[in-house]
Design a binder for this molecule. Structure first.
Ligand code: BTN
Length: 221
């Protein structure tokens, strides 16, 4: 059972969640220092859904990211998964997920941070890349009921075997079968996305060879 803590303005729900134990969910109306992947800033004005779930590391950390992607997708009712942890609609970002493994002494926790553009205005410079749920639906969306749906689904899927999670993740992942470019910390690579393995890695076919990727920013070619 998760306990939801609602706050007004925080620097980052992921940073704040470090002070909470397993089973707590921190949600804020505004984040002043929202964090994205690769240390990027995450624009978090009023109207969006910005929250972090503190979980006990009973599974590998990427499994919680996959579970969160499926939970968000199911609650939104629109969109597709872009490997590894974005939900997109018409190739524009609707949701980003940042999972962090925190260790304090001999204790570990996983913080699953989820940011969804819901009723917030998308700044002009991001219009090409990002979209909000209210834009898609053509009406305002209730943040509380969306959050409750996601948490319920996240809890339910947390009990499901990873084999099943991976099947569902792959079924909803629009990256597979496409020619893509991936920017990784080591450089860029292009090829056809052919599989996602049981360890969460993406398999690219590059000049007839299989190349394994465990992180990166994907763009469809
Ligand atoms: C990404 O770069 O795609 C991941 C973005 C994750 C943003 C969410 S918003 C709630 C939580 N708190 C943060 O500071 N970041 C995550």
């Amino acid at each position: 059972m998760f306990k939801i803590h609602r706050l007004d303005s925080v620097e980052s729900t992921n940073s704040l969640a470090r002070n909470y134990g397993y089973g707590n969910v921190i949600v804020a109306s505004i984040q002043t220092k929202g964090k994205g992947r690769f240390s990027r800033d995450w624009n978090s004005p009023k109207g969006g859904l910005w929250f972090s779930i503190v979980v006990k590391p009973e599974r590998r950390d990427f499994e919680y990211t996959f579970i969160a992607s499926l939970a968000v997708l199911s609650a939104l009712g629109v969109g597709e998964i872009k490997w590894p942890n974005d939900i997109v609609c018409s190739n524009k970002k609707l949701c980003g997920i940042l999972s962090e493994l925190i260790s304090e002494g001999n204790k570990c926790k996983i913080i699953v941070g989820i940011g969804i553009n819901v009723n917030n205005r998308i700044p002009k410079d991001l219009k090409e890349k990002a979209i909000s749920l209210s834009e898609i639906k053509g009406k305002k969306v209730n943040l509380d009921s969306l959050l409750n749906k996601i948490i319920k689904k996240f809890e339910e899927l947390s009990k499901v075997d990873f084999k099943r999670i991976l099947i569902d993740y792959k079924k909803n992942c629009s990256t597979l079968g496409k020619n893509i470019n991936v920017k990784t910390l080591k450089g860029e690579i292009s090829g056809k996305a052919i599989d996602i393995e049981h360890d969460g890695n993406l398999i690219l076919e590059v000049k007839g060879k299989r190349v394994k990727l465990y992180e990166g920013d994907v763009s469809i070619l």
